[in-house]
Design a binder for this molecule. Structure first.
Ligand SMILES: CCCCCCCCCCCCC/C=C/[C@@H](O)[C@H](COP(=O)(O)O)NC(=O)CCCCCCCCCCCCCCC
Ligand SMILES: Nc1ncnc2c1ncn2[C@@H]1O[C@H](COP(=O)(O)OP(=O)(O)O)[C@@H](O)[C@H]1O
Ligand SMILES: [Ca+2]
Length: 585
């Protein structure tokens, strides 16, 4: 196949003659009629070609085609220079080639298109797009129509666009509507919008497989549809941690070329009922309180988190709790090994083999997946009890513009584990130091009151007697929880209906359990905090979380190391130059 795709000829770009070569994996062109040391080769991996069009094509300011029969135009991914050491911006590169004859032109377009098909099999043809018009700075629609949709069109992708009119519309659509014909789902919005897509797709996949999501020991089926994220939210942590930059064009290009990045997902259960799924921050204490406080200030937009963070920091709270965790195999990796999960991460690739050992045999794929979870005995769990500033679990680094290396800089996107961070009660300046270290590359785990563990599952419970005490205490200051509300929680736990749970607003009981909805004006410090689950408040305090390795796939490839990529590009250029010179002599 590969030999059939090879093509080599002279081509002209801007009236200069080039030697163009298409091997299986690369398309490159080198200027001729120049002294050897000036020769420069441009090399584009076939997998990064966006589109091949007959004629001289422009797409800006709008698409125009000059239909000459000896020309063709190639669009491809171009990395923009000077983008810092982590995360590169991708832009659309364009080169217009002229051939000596129409026959040769047709040969080039045919070969390039065939190579594309062979080398990027996951390119989407049809996408379902959800736009949250109210996310972040409310620019979702504008971002999609001006920056993304012209690129999708150029790449021949057809998209069905839905601008949401209410929260949970995207999730409900994915749970109930016909999805045949779609290769992937794109969300234009923030982490909250991504979470809707995540819940819709995971729920739908388990429904179709006849699996019960409530049971934490069940091996869930990975979702067949890919998810693309066009960032247009407040934190955009999932996008930042999987692409390395918050940039709609970069993300659109990853979608177009069908990049594929698996992602670990944590399921959160209460009394054997599924409560929610989480990929980034599942946080109790500080991060829960910040979210609860910030809900009152939504009108501030993305700034609400800084404001609420300051208010909560100044309130200086800590909470009692029992944390139990199931450690991951320490031989594989550690949260303090100072490595980074980057594009092509070897820890994650090895995990794919471990999680899906017979991936060529689809019948055994799911049955073997996660069987080890059931084999872990109670004795493997580690238990700690005390007072915490915060307890956080994250399946990935959770880097975001506020914290470029993230909550756990060495966490992996797809290794089947999460990092549990315990910040014990400490003096206010110590905690500030911990928070502040998130903004730089200083090690936030190198503090005497901070612990981090790589885990497969986590349980959180309140110290004995504390739960009732806290509700009684608050009950005295607020309306007593009535039966109807308690009834809801019981019903929810019993049926575990994901939709029911997610649809329900916080009940009064949940509000009383939430310090910032009731206690900012109280002098007494509350005994319980609330869980922040990827930006949603959870209605339960005592939970069990389990990490499901590589449950979903994103149109992304992980963070490209800018510095290493530069070397690669230069090395590649040099290699191509030398091999070309050798072929001449
Ligand atoms: C002193 C500077 C401290 C900077 C600390 C930064 C820690 C940042 C860790 C961020 C982890 C983010 C995980 C992602 C969560 C999102 O899923 C989720 C939803 O996002 P969406 O609204 O876009 O849908 N976002 C959140 O829950 C937001 C959490 C944000 C926490 C920010 C805390 C800011 C703290 C400022 C403290 C200031 C203390 C000042 C003392 C004088
Ligand atoms: N049309 C809509 N009206 C109101 N809320 C919506 C709508 N569409 C989505 N949402 C909800 O808005 C929340 C926040 O959206 P998100 O896109 O994450 O923005 P942000 O990052 O600013 O929080 C999400 O939880 C989502 O469920
Ligand atoms: Ca992980």
């Amino acid at each position: 196949m590969e030999t059939n795709l090879r093509l080599e000829s002279s081509l002209w770009v801007d009236n200069k003659r080039y030697r163009a070569v298409l091997t299986g994996w690369h398309f490159n062109w080198t200027e001729l009629d120049k002294k050897n040391h000036d020769k420069k080769t441009i090399s584009v991996p076939v997998a990064e070609v966006v589109g091949v069009e007959e004629g001289r094509v422009e797409i800006l300011p709008q698409k125009s085609v000059e239909d000459t029969d000896k020309d063709f135009t190639v669009f491809y991914v171009k990395r923009s220079s000077g983008g810092g050491s982590y995360g590169l911006h991708w832009r659309l590169g364009k080169t217009q080639f002229s051939c000596l004859s129409r026959v040769l032109r047709d040969q080039w377009t045919k070969h390039l298109r065939a190579a594309l098909k062979t080398h990027s099999p996951l390119r989407p043809h049809r996408l379902l797009v959800f736009i949250n018009p109210f996310g972040g700075k409310k620019k979702g629609r504008e971002i999609y129509h001006s920056l993304v949709s012209p690129l999708f069109e150029l790449a021949g992708i057809s998209s069905h666009v839905i601008v949401t009119e209410r929260a949970n519309q995207a999730r409900d659509h994915l749970l109930k509507k016909d999805l045949t014909g779609f290769d992937g789902v794109v969300c234009v919005g923030g982490d909250g919008m991504f979470s809707e897509i995540l819940h819709g797709l995971i729920g739908r996949t388990q429904q179709e497989a006849g699996l019960c999501e409530n049971d934490p020991t069940v091996t869930l089926h990975p979702c067949p549809l890919h998810i693309g994220i066009i960032p247009a939210g407040s934190t955009d942590c999932v996008c930042f941690a999987t692409v390395g930059v918050i940039d709609p064009v970069t993300s659109a290009l990853h979608i177009i070329i069908g990049d594929s990045q698996p992602l670990d997902v944590s399921s959160v259960h209460q009394a054997s009922a599924l409560v929610r799924y989480s990929v980034s921050l599942l946080g109790y204490g500080f991060y829960g309180d910040v979210l609860a406080e910030s809900e009152k200030h939504r009108w501030m937009g993305p700034l609400r988190y800084d404001y609420s963070g300051t208010v909560v920091y100044l309130s200086n709270r800590s909470y009692g709790g029992i944390v139990q965790y199931l450690p991951a195999d320490p031989v594989l990796s550690s949260p303090r090994d100072r490595t980074r999960c980057l594009a092509g991460c070897s820890v994650c690739s090895r995990s794919t083999e471990r999680l899906f050992p017979h991936s060529s045999d689809s019948s055994s794929l799911h049955s073997s997946h996660y069987s080890h979870f059931n084999n872990d005995s109670e004795g493997d769990w580690v238990s700690v009890e005390g007072r915490f500033r915060c307890v956080s679990l994250t399946c990935m680094s959770s880097s975001c513009p506020k914290s470029p290396l993230g909550l756990s800089p060495s966490a992996h996107l797809a290794d089947g584990t999460g990092d549990l961070i315990l910040v014990w009660d400490t003096h206010p300046l110590g905690f500030l130091k911990y928070l502040y270290r998130h903004t730089s590359s200083q090690d936030q785990f190198d503090l005497p009151f901070v612990e981090v563990h790589r885990v497969k599952a986590v349980r959180f419970s309140l110290p004995p007697g504390k739960e009732e005490e806290s509700f009684d205490e608050i009950g005295g200051q607020n309306d007593v929880v009535d039966d109807e509300e308690t009834g809801y929680i019981e019903t929810a736990s019993r049926t575990g209906s994901q939709q029911h749970l997610a649809d329900a607003d916080l009940t009064k009981r949940q509000k009383t359990a939430n310090p910032f909805l009731c206690c900012t004006a109280c002098s007494k410090a509350p005994a319980v905090s609330v869980w922040n689950c990827d930006g949603e408040l959870l209605p339960f305090t005592e939970i069990l979380c389990r990490i499901h390795g590589q449950l979903v796939r994103l149109y992304a490839r992980g963070i490209e190391d800018g510095a290493a990529m530069q070397d690669y590009v230069e090395e590649n250029d040099k290699h191509e130059r030398i091999s070309y010179i050798n072929s001449l002599t």
